[in-house]
Design a protein. Structure first.
Length: 276
């Protein structure tokens, strides 16, 4: 009885306090194809890693809070997953033309980070305001207890979307606590094109959000942006290929017995110069 209880407590500790390395990975939805004909099927992968689109760790199905497809016909939930190596995956088949937004959220988790780990994490992700706040609170040399959750989107076009841009699904707000909302269909960009986006947190524009843009095959090379007072930013995409945008927002928690900080991670993926 006692042994069983101890094992249960150890398992709970492992769930609540995960390794900092795994926590630092970005979460991506990576579509096998970003443009399909009606009734075509592609496999979509949920990847967790440092270099897009590679997956270093498998995201457990138990960790996935919700996966939904937002399209012209409404919102459809997905729950039929399989494990492909270090990826969780599912099939996407769309019958009617139009854009689709694939949206995924994870359940919150907690992590305890050593002072140096937390400092590097803040620096690498452009969270200068949190680093400065830690210094003001005289916590720069103290470990950090953080709660975090991740939210990912991918944009896929089905058939002819040229005449369907008005109130198109690619422009919809899916309701994540933090999300990057494009102001044009990202899959219709061509090399050298620009994309206007708005970052929302709790449905409000997020000013000063660090925004990173990167392309598959370029390693950790990224374009660094910051949103303006209206949460807006404009990214230029210099070549065809699969691209992503990502951001992290962190807040200080007061009177929370479980964590001192809470972070919200968001990514979106799409393809510039997608082949039709």
């Amino acid at each position: 009885m006692l042994v069983s209880r101890v094992r249960g407590l150890l398992f709970l500790a492992a769930v609540l306090f995960v390794a900092g390395g795994a926590h630092a990975h970005d979460l991506w939805i990576v579509s096998g194809r970003y443009w399909l004909e009606p009734f075509e099927t592609t496999r979509v992968f949920v990847n967790s890693g440092d270099v897009y689109p590679e997956s270093l760790t498998l995201v457990s199905e138990r960790r996935v809070g919700a996966v939904a497809v937002h399209g012209p016909e409404g919102v459809r939930s997905l729950s039929d997953f399989r494990i492909d190596g270090k990826s969780l995956s599912f099939e996407l088949t769309a019958r009617s033309p139009g854009s689709r937004v694939l949206a995924l959220s994870t359940a919150p988790r907690r992590v305890r980070l050593r002072p140096a780990e937390f400092g590097v994490y803040l620096e690498e992700n452009g969270l200068d305001s949190i680093r400065e706040l830690r210094e003001e609170l005289e916590e720069a040399d103290a470990p950090a207890l953080e709660r975090y959750s991740k939210f990912a989107k991918a944009f896929v076009d089905i058939g002819d979307v040229e005449s369907m841009d008005q109130d198109a699904p690619w422009s919809r707000i899916v309701g994540h606590p933090i999300e990057i909302v494009p102001q044009q269909n990202p899959n219709r960009l061509v090399s050298g094109g620009q994309l206007d986006v708005q970052v929302l947190y709790d449905s409000e524009p997020l000013a000063g959000a660090p925004l990173r843009a990167g392309k598959a095959g370029t390693g950790t090379e990224e374009v660094i942006l910051t949103t303006d007072e209206s949460g807006n930013a404009t990214a230029t995409f210099t070549s065809d290929g699969r691209w992503y945008l990502r951001t992290i927002h962190m807040v200080r928690l007061e009177d929370d017995t479980e964590a001192e900080w809470e972070s919200f991670w968001a990514t979106m993926t799409f393809e510039v110069g997608v082949t039709r």
